[in-house]
Every structure is written in C-alpha cells, then in structure tokens.
Design a binder for this molecule. Structure first.
Ligand SMILES: Cc1cc2nc3c(=O)[nH]c(=O)nc-3n(C[C@H](O)[C@H](O)[C@H](O)COP(=O)(O)OP(=O)(O)OC[C@H]3O[C@@H](n4cnc5c(N)ncnc54)[C@H](O)[C@@H]3O)c2cc1C
Length: 834
C-alpha cells in the first residue's frame, strides 16, 4: 500500500512540474529522488526494501539526461543544435506572400485559446457595443431611412440595378465614406458602427448593402487612407466620401482566384507620355473579372506585379505586387459588360487593359510603396474581413429568425401554427442559436477592430463561420416557409438572401480555403505561442542569433507541450473541475470551466499536429479544417458568454446561452475527435485519445427540451425576440411584406382564444369552413364567438391571407428587364459603343 501511495505522490509531483512548466533540473531532482528514496532506506519500515523506486533503475537514465540538459552548454550541443538543423527541413515553409500575410495581422484572443490557458480578463477587457452619439444617430436616422426606401423586388428584378434614388441617398449621406476619416471628408465611424450600419442595410437588401460595403471595405478608400500620398489623400478621399468617385478594386483574374498572388497582370517601369509630357511611369496589361462596382466605377483600384527591367527605380527587376489607382475613363481601360452573380442587382463585371501607360504618382502611396501591395492588401483584409461579411451574415441570420418565427406562428396546418410542431421547432432552435452566436461574435470582433486590432486568424474564422451559419439559417428559413419562399415575387422576403448567400461564401477568401488553409494551417503559425518564434529563428540569416532565439523558443515549447499533456489529462479526469473561471461569472461559471478544459485539449492537439505534421500540415486539410472548426467553436462560445454578461445577464437569455454553449462544446468535441480518429501519425492517435477522452466523450448536444424552451421565447413578441434580432431593420408597415408579418403576428396572438373556439366548433361540425361560406359570421351568429371576436378574426383572416399569398405574373412580366429588347445598362451601352 505504501508503495502505491509513494508512486502516486511521485506521479502527482511530476504532474505539478509539468503544469508549472518547471525547469529541467527540477525534473531531474524529482526523478532522482523517486529512485533514491526507496533504495536509501530513508523510509525504512514504510516501503518494502524490494520496491525498486518509481521507475526502478530506469528512472536514473532520464534523471541523468535531464540533469545534463539543464546545463545550457550541454543542451545546446546535444539537443538544440541538431534540432535546429533538423527543424529547418520540417517546419512549414513560408512563402514571401504568406510571410507578408502573417506579418500583416495582429494576434488577439486566438492566442489565448492556443495557449490552453485563456485569460478571461482579456476577453472581458474588450468593450461591449459602444457607439458615439453621432454614430447612433446615423444608425437610427439615415440607415433607417435608407432601409425604408428600399424595395427589394424593384432592385433585384425590375431594375436589375441599384435605383438612382438609392445611389443619390447613399452618396449624399456619406454611406460610401464611413471609414474615411473626418479630416478627409468622411464620417470616420468606428468599426463597430460600420458593422451595425452595414448589418441594418443588409437585413433589407443584400444588393444595396454590397454597394455600400465595397467602398468601405478593402479598396481604394481604405488603401489611400492608410498608405496614400498626401496628394492622393487630398484629391481622392473627399471625392470618394461624397460619392463623386465610385471605386472598385480589381484583384481577381480568370487564372488567379483564391491564389490571387499568382496574378498574370503585369506592369513595366518605363517612360511614357502623360498630359503632354514625358514622365516615369508604368505600362500595364491586365485582365480581371468578378469586380464589384466595376461596371459603374469611375476609379479602378488595380493589383499587378511590377517589373523594372531597366532598374529605373533602383530596386531590382522583380519589384513585386503593386497597387494603382486608374480613372475608369483613362485611355486603354476597358470596363466590360456585367456579370450576373446569383441573380444579383449590384454591378459586377470584368475589366482589362493592354499596354496602358500610367504615371508613377498613380501608384497607391507613390514610388515608395511599389512592391508593397500584398502587405497592404493583407493588412486591410485582416481588419475588413472582420467587418463586412460577418456583419451582413449576422444581420441576415437575425432577419431569417425574425421573419421565420413570425411566419411559423401565423401559418397553420393540421389546426396548429407550424411553430408548435416539433419538426419545425428543431430548425427554429437552430435559427435562434445562429442569430445569438453570430451577433455575439460579430460584436466582440468589431470591438477588437475598433480598438485598432487587425485579427488575422479571428477574421478568417469569423468570415467562414458566420457566412456558413447564415447559409444554414437561410435554408432553415426556406424549409419552414415551404412553397411560400420558393415562389419569387415582390412579396417574397427570403429569395434575395437565398440567392446571394453563395456570394458571401465565395468572396474575401472562399470558405473552403479559408477554413482549411487560412484559419488553422496558416493561423497556427501566428497564434501558437512558440511556433512562429521558432520559424523566425530558423529563418534568421544570422544563424548565431537564430540559434539563441531558437533555444529559448524551443525550450519553452517543450515545457508547453508537456504542460498541455499533464494539464489536459488532469482536466479531463476531473471533468474540468479546476478550469479557471473569471470573477463574477454568475450563471456562466460551468461554461467557462468547460471552455478552459476544452482550450487545454485544443492546445494539446493543435500543438501535436504542428509538431508531428510540420510542413505537411498545409496539405492535411481535413485535419486543419477540423482544427479550424474546433478553434472557431471555442471563440464563438467565449463570445456568447461575453455577450450574455455585456447584456446584463438577462434572465430570458439564460436558456439560449445554455443551448448555444452546449452545442458549441459538443461540436468542438466532435471536431477534435475527428482530428484524432484521422490523425495521419498512427502512434499519436491512442495517445491523444487517452489524454483527451480518458473517460469517453463528455459533451452531448443540447436537449430537445431546451430547444423547445428557446423557440417558445423567440416566437413570442417581446424583449427576448427583440434582443435576438436587435439592430436590424424592422418594418411595421402592412404594405411591406416584412412589416405585414409583424402586424399580423400581433393580431394572430391577440386572436388566439377566439381562434381556438372557432377551431373547436369546426372540428365538432357546428361550423363549416369552405370557400363561399362566411364561417366567422356563422360562428358569431351561433354564439361560438362574440361579435368583437368575429371582427378581430376577420381582420386576422384577411391579414393572414396576405401573408401566405404568393405572387403570380403574366408571362411577359417575368422576362427580366435585361432580356427585354431596348433595355441596356450603362455598362452595356458603353461596351456596345466601343
Ligand atoms: C459576386 C462576386 C464579387 C466579387 N468581387 C470581387 C471584387 O470586387 N474584386 C476582386 O478582386 N475579386 C472579387 N471577387 C472574386 C472573389 O474574391 C473570388 O471569386 C474568390 O477569391 C475565389 O476565386 P475563384 O472564384 O476563382 O475560385 P477558385 O480559386 O477557383 O476556387 C475554387 C474552390 O477551390 C477552393 N480552393 C482554392 N484553393 C484552395 C486551397 N489551397 N485549399 C483549399 N481549397 C482551395 C476554394 O475555396 C473554392 O471553393 C468576386 C467574386 C464574386 C463571385
């Protein structure tokens, strides 16, 4: 018995050393004592003299080795130098463009999750949603007004373009210059404000939000504001802010989509004629496609690779990716006709040019910024990707929830609102979860950007997660609406979202690539606590300095890996009991504990993946995709807890938080289990399984009953439903299809008691409900309902008939305008004229 106690004590001591990341000499001492004490006779009479010590004589070897390795000069020679050399071949190779992407963004809360010991105070330090009085007034004023003006059907079907009154309104009110500083004539709004304004417009029209979003996202405005010369800033920014210039940004070409850096668009430094003078400039040839706002643009932002064969700039021949601003009417610029992406009405098309000469001062940032284009784009992308698509995907999910909960309560089949049926409850619960989670993460991420962060990993996971969840939300909304959502027309409020969802999935880094390559495979390099330091050390041209840096990072990395194993095992064996919880986490403590535990497991599996797969990680995309999902679930669930706290822990949201947290942890677990089950290094699988799931898989999806509870809250007009769908545009106008839903929902609820009486009478056969019969009048006449109930029921009946109605058309009407003879867009006319 004493021997078992002794062995347990030794193991416990080793665990403590591991978790505390103790120095090597301490390990050596503990192991030496574990062998020495039983044999020394110090515990004579307590331990059996035959007891060989914890690992018997075998433990002397590790004790001795660790003791020797704790001497720096020996460690260097015996371990660090050989590893340093070997690692050069194993660590992921980082290309120039990848390096620039890595250097561009900032590391934030993602690093806390990679560390396995998230500091909750860092999460809590991110501000809640805060707007200035001016931003709030804009959100409640012009943004609301714009939403009221939008007739979605007119935009996407009748006109097939953004109507001129909408263009005029957004230009006049500064929508196109939200990110341009006040100093340069823009609104200078925070990322949080931009995100909310874009979201509100997106909840009304995905087309209109696109034309507002693009000038406020990666493009000429942002690039000039950040990198432009003073002259470019003074000339272009006020014009862009007022909408005098309509910008587009051209990166993608027919052969370079996701791999945009391989563009074939080229510029040669040369001398040429400009404004009647010979000047130094660039001769450009390019071919771009899919360019949003391209057909309407007056100012084309262009990315190309710059060469200087005559070394006129003194920077060598291959200068690198460079960005320029070219007026659309410059000779040689071809603005093509329009693409029709997913039936959208926003302008999108190709552009191209051959041997087009531009002066040097059209390069963004001038001569000093040549070759810096990729870094500039990546820096803007890390921030922009956090705002534009997450805000529209979040608003879209909230709108899907608002419309669908109303419809499902109004629409009756089998004598019941469909919302009351369990089969419908399931997708409705998913909608509630998506609306809550997307908004939670949107707000936290926008707040990070507002305070100056450019979170490259978080922006990537936000982009693919929010747009994927929006895609599922639209599908759920469509399924719940049935045929009502499939037949298009002015009263269909889901079709535009349904058609446009693939655009969000594809742009700003197509989702499959963003999930499987950018978020984890590249993200680990940035967010892992030691990997990037090791890579930089190995790549350091000064090999002495590199070795020093590598020694430090590698030694810490080993302690980190050992600590992960011990920490994860302890937390998994104790059910997360010792997971760290922030102060005052009333009602959320258990979720924090489980998140802490899960973060420990993530750190372990992520670290082993990086160490064991090395450079092969990039091609093991089924592994990196799952790890990206696991990281996402941790981040999104942490944001859910933060939202709940920032909102003042409203009692009504408690169940929603529990539903989201349980499902988030469950999905995390499945992603990690999938990683382990498919891990390419066979020997690591049982080890990881033992450490991560020593007692089996602990998490289950949220229970059906919890789903029912949150759906009941969401279909009830009031505080919870309003909070779930906050910041979107909500119409109360019966002549607007979504306003009609709101008004009808209120009346349907008001008439519920009378409706029940009528239904009972119909089932009993007292009243007949067929076309041509006034069944409500009959019911009132027979005393089934009162006169006032009859008036209310008739009103409900009339409103409901409008809600469930679908549009029908004369065949000539359904031919879209662009197919009708004589119709031509501005761009098509231009191209025809060429
Ligand atoms: C409506 C619309 C608007 C756009 N607006 C603009 C604009 O204003 N300016 C602009 O420059 N561009 C714009 N784009 C282009 C957009 O950014 C590209 O479509 C996008 O980068 C993907 O390129 P691709 O379509 O050629 O797909 P491809 O690159 O051919 O990708 C095909 C599939 O392969 C996947 N994939 C590719 N590489 C990898 C990898 N290494 N690992 C895993 N999966 C991978 C992708 O995820 C995708 O699913 C727009 C596109 C659309 C459709």
């Amino acid at each position: 018995m004493a021997e078992i106690v002794f062995a347990v004590l030794v193991i416990a001591a080793l665990m403590v050393l591991a978790v505390r990341k103790a120095p090597l000499w301490m390990w050596a001492v503990v192991l030496a004592l574990a062998v020495f004490i039983p044999q020394s006779g110090l515990l004579h009479g307590t331990l059996d003299p035959a007891f060989p010590g914890f690992f018997g004589l075998l433990a002397w070897a590790p004790a001795l080795i660790l003791g020797l390795l704790s001497v720096q000069s020996i460690r260097r020679k015996a371990l660090i130098e050989p590893t340093f050399r070997a690692v050069k071949g194993i660590l992921p190779k980082v290309s120039d463009t990848e390096q620039q992407a890595l250097d561009a963004g900032t590391v934030g809360f993602d690093a806390e999750l990679f560390s396995g010991r998230p500091d909750w105070n860092k999460l809590r330090a991110i501000p809640p949603i805060v707007l200035t009085a001016e931003e709030q007034a804009f959100l409640d004023g012009p943004a609301d007004e714009l939403c009221r003006m939008i007739d979605d059907w007119k935009v996407r079907f009748e006109g097939k373009e953004i109507p001129s009154d909408i263009w005029d309104f957004v230009k006049k009110n500064g929508f196109l210059g939200m990110l341009i500083s006040k100093e340069h004539g823009g609104l200078g709004f925070s990322a949080q404000a931009q995100s909310l304004i874009l979201g509100k417009v997106a909840s009304r029209s995905p087309d209109v939000v696109t034309v507002v979003m693009v000038p406020n996202s990666l493009g000429p405005g942002e690039l000039i504001e950040r990198y432009g010369t003073d002259e470019q800033k003074h000339h272009y920014l006020p014009r862009l802010a007022r909408g005098d210039e309509v910008p587009c940004f051209s990166l993608t070409g027919p052969t370079s989509g996701s791999d945009a850096a391989t563009m074939r668009d080229i510029g040669y430094v040369t001398r040429g004629q400009h404004d009647g003078r010979e000047v130094l400039g660039v001769s450009l040839s390019w071919d771009k496609r899919y360019i949003t706002l391209g057909p309407n643009a007056t100012l084309v932002g262009l990315a190309f690779r710059l060469f200087d064969p005559g070394n006129l700039l003194g920077k060598g021949e291959d200068i690198g990716i460079t960005l320029a601003l070219i007026p659309a009417n410059h000779p040689g610029v071809n603005i093509g006709r329009r693409h029709l992406p997913s039936g959208a009405a926003f302008p999108n098309g190709p552009n191209w040019g051959k041997d087009v000469f531009i002066p040097m001062d059209w390069i963004i940032g001038g001569e000093r910024m040549v070759g810096q284009g990729w870094r500039m784009l990546m820096e803007c992308l890390a921030a922009g990707r956090s705002i534009s698509l997450p805000s529209s995907a979040t608003a879209g999910a909230k709108a899907m929830l608002r419309f669908t909960t109303a419809y499902a309560r109004i629409r009756k089949q089998f004598g019941l609102p469909v919302a009351r049926m369990e089969g419908i409850e399931e997708p409705l619960a998913r909608l509630v979860e998506t609306a809550y989670v997307n908004e939670a993460a949107r707000a936290v991420t926008a707040a990070m950007v507002s305070r100056g962060e450019k979170p490259s990993v978080i922006s990537a996971l936000m982009k693919y997660q929010t747009t994927e969840r929006m895609r599922r939300a639209v599908n759920d909304a469509m399924d719940i609406h049935g045929g009502r959502a499939i037949c298009d027309g002015p009263s269909n409020y889901l079709q535009s979202a349904y058609q446009m969802v693939p655009v969000g999935i594809t742009v700003e880094g197509a989702n499959i690539l963003t999930r499987t390559l950018i978020t984890f495979a590249q993200g680990a390099l940035r967010s892992h606590p030691y990997l990037y330091k090791e890579v930089r050390a190995v790549q350091d041209p000064d090999s002495r300095a590199g070795l020093e840096a590598f020694d430090e990072a590698f030694s810490q990395h080993i302690s980190f890996s050992v600590a992960n194993v011990a920490g994860a095992l302890i937390h998994n064996l104790t059910g997360g009991l010792f997971g760290e919880v922030p102060e005052k986490s009333f009602g959320t403590a258990e979720w924090y504990r489980q998140l802490w535990r899960s973060s420990r497991n993530f750190a372990l599996v992520a670290d082993l993946s990086v160490v064991l797969l090395g450079g092969g990680l990039k091609v093991r995309q089924k592994i990196t995709g799952r790890l990206a999902d696991a990281l996402s679930e941790l981040y999104l669930t942490a944001c859910v807890l933060k939202r709940y706290e920032d909102d003042g822990r409203p009692a009504g949201d408690r169940h929603i938080v529990a539903f989201a947290a349980q499902n988030g942890l469950y999905r995390f677990q499945e992603a990690i289990a999938g990683t382990i089950d498919n891990f390419p290094v066979a020997i690591a699988r049982p080890f990881m399984r033992f450490v991560v799931f020593p007692l089996g898989r602990p998490y289950k999806p949220a229970r059906d009953r919890l789903g029912q509870q949150i759906v009941r809250l969401a279909i009830e007009p009031g505080e919870v439903r309003d909070r779930l769908t906050r910041h979107i545009y909500v119409s109360h106008d019966v002549n607007d299809p979504t306003g009609l839903l709101e008004v009808t929902l209120g009346k349907v609820i008001q008439a519920e008691e009378a409706e029940k009486k009528l239904e009972r009478a119909i089932r009993a056969g007292t009243i007949r409900r067929y076309h041509g019969i006034d069944w409500i009048g009959d019911a009132a006449g027979k005393g089934v309902i009162t006169e006032s109930e009859a008036i209310l029921l008739k009103e409900v009946e009339a409103l409901t008939a409008r809600v469930i109605a679908v549009d029908h058309f004369d065949p000539a009407e359904v031919k879209p305008n662009y197919m009708k003879p004589g119709h031509n867009t501005q761009a098509a006319q231009k191209s025809a004229a060429e």
